[in-house]
Design a protein around this ligand. Structure first.
Ligand code: HEM
Length: 42
């Protein structure tokens, strides 16, 4: 998955995937970057 898509999803999962049970939002951009970097390195 490309970083932009992940960024959108993590900011507010329910906006991108209607009906998802993942309601955890990441409003902190640094936090989103850290998660995306982690996923990119695994
Ligand atoms: C530290 C980061 C994350 C946290 C704290 C988190 C938290 C959660 C929680 C609490 C759920 C709901 C589980 C349930 O009710 O059974 C969930 C589901 C899910 N998460 Fe995350 N999540 C994180 C990162 C991610 C990432 C990076 C992705 C995608 C690349 C992702 C994709 C999903 C998906 C697909 C589901 C299942 C949704 C569904 O069943 O409708 N999550 N997450």
């Amino acid at each position: 998955m490309d970083p932009e898509t992940l960024e959108t999803f993590l900011t507010n999962p329910t906006t991108m995937v209607r009906g998802t049970r993942m309601t955890q939002r990441f409003s902190n951009a640094d936090e989103r970057r850290a998660i995306i970097a982690f996923l990119g390195s695994h």
